[in-house]
Design a protein around this ligand. Structure first.
Ligand code: FAD
Length: 387
């Protein structure tokens, strides 16, 4: 049924997306969670259908949709119930390929974006470093200008798809003295001399996505692989992060809803003290409160999506949605798990995975505290408190 934001055409696309997720992804959740990555042939199959470029123009192999269509895809992906699959695909499309589309030259788009949208090469975005995650402006990877291009030196941490990626969009400073105004983005091919995967990182959740620590040891990057304007990197990153935050909030809402739906199903079937769990008012009311919590996050996330879709500045709406949804999904998956009692703690029940996957939403893509700091600045709260 159409709602205030999504209309019939989106509902039709949602049906298609749901089918693709059910056929191509859902049957493999356990296998990929165990292996720690989504196989490359999955990227190729999704690429053939255009699902790696839902909002990208058809001339690049995308579906030619817009932010609303991509939001539908993100929501349906989240409902597979394994955040790592969404992370691997979004690490490629949402944060890996989007910069190539937004700021790539025609040659860069043909060389990297088109095969990326087809799923023939996998992309990753490498920004975070051991020394600086929240404080992006403090990154230490340096791109020294040399004849014909730049020499890249430094390391990156927590890079989604970092092990399997064929290309990396790397943030580095060309002039550390300029702080955030000195940052540029570069397209780096993984096969180039000096690009090293130091290690695959083991982690609590998102287990079907690979996460890596990378090292760039004097990597020669030709000038034509600078992405966009030199020194334009920080602004580009803020634009990428904004969309990432909206998509993470939308995915968190979908995951939380799945958790509650499964808890409701369990509460109907499980009997204790001679009645089903949903016969206890405390259980019923708890599920109502979780549902209301999800709804608040849904309203914020969809409003942020709408503001962004209108082409307006969604910084405040996205930060608020991400901050709220990131905390909400922790509360809600925890409350849903509680309804399952001991079974909630057992690996065969997927709720334990939702609970583990939920934990990253308040950390990745900018922590809840960083979202609140953005809101403090944008809402003028610091000045107000200072009197
Ligand atoms: C599974 C996973 C996948 C990821 N994928 C990618 C990726 O693909 N590419 C990429 O570049 N990065 C990626 N990241 C990195 C992610 O964006 C960072 O972890 C995140 O931004 C936080 O940075 P940090 O880990 O360095 O924490 P820190 O910045 O060290 O923060 C530690 C704590 O201090 C708090 N803090 C920091 N600054 C402030 C402040 N000003 N006020 C109040 N509190 C503050 C934080 O909120 C946090 O609680 C990924 C991370 C994970 C865990």
């Amino acid at each position: 049924m159409a709602d205030w934001l999504f209309h019939e055409e989106h509902d039709m696309f949602r049906e298609t997306a749901r089918r693709v997720v059910a056929q191509e992804l859902a049957p493999h959740v356990e296998e990929w969670e165990r292996d720690g990555f989504v196989p490359k042939d999955v990227f190729r199959r999704l690429g053939q259908g255009g699902y790696l470029g839902v909002r990208l123009p058809e001339e690049y192999g995308g579906l030619g949709g817009d932010a609303l269509y991509e939001a539908v895809w993100i929501e349906e992906l989240a409902k597979v119930g394994a955040g790592g699959i969404g992370a691997a695909l979004s690490g490629h499309s949402t944060i890996g390929l989007t910069p190539l589309w937004r700021w790539g030259t025609p040659a860069q788009r043909q060389r990297y974006l088109v095969p990326g949208v087809r799923g023939e090469l996998v992309a990753a975005l490498a920004v975070t470093e051991a020394a600086g995650g929240s404080d992006v402006a403090a990154l230490r990877t340096v791109a020294h200008p040399v004849a014909g291009g730049f020499r890249l030196q430094g390391s990156k941490l927590f890079v989604t798809n970092g092990v399997g990626a064929d290309i990396l969009v790397v943030a580095a400073t060309v002039d550390p003295a300029r702080r955030h105004r000195g940052i540029s983005l570069f397209i780096v091919e993984k096969s180039w001399p000096g690009v090293k995967v130091l290690r695959r990182l083991d982690k609590l959740g998102w287990r079907s996505s690979d996460t890596a620590e990378l090292f760039f040891d004097g990597v020669e990057v030709p000038a034509e692989n600078l992405l966009g304007e030199v020194y334009g990197g920080f602004g580009y990153l803020m634009e990428i992060f904004l969309w990432e935050r909206i998509t993470m909030a939308l995915a968190a809402v979908a995951l939380a809803q799945k958790a509650v739906d499964e808890a409701i199903g369990y509460a109907r079937a499980r009997r204790q003290f001679g009645r089903p769990l949903n016969g206890f008012q405390v259980t019923r009311h708890g599920l109502v409160d979780l549902t209301a919590d999800i709804e608040k996050a849904r309203v914020l996330a969809r409003r942020a999506l709408y503001v962004h879709w209108l082409g307006q500045d969604a910084t405040v709406a996205a930060a608020m949605a991400k901050a709220y949804a990131g905390e909400m999904v922790r509360r809600v998956t925890d409350g849903a798990l509680q309804v399952l009692g001991g079974n909630g703690y057992m690996m065969p029940y997927p709720l334990q995975r939702y609970w583990r996957d939920a934990r990253i939403v308040s950390i990745g893509g900018g922590t809840t505290e960083v979202m609140r700091e953005i809101l403090v600045k944008r809402l003028g709260i610091a000045q107000w408190m200072g009197g």
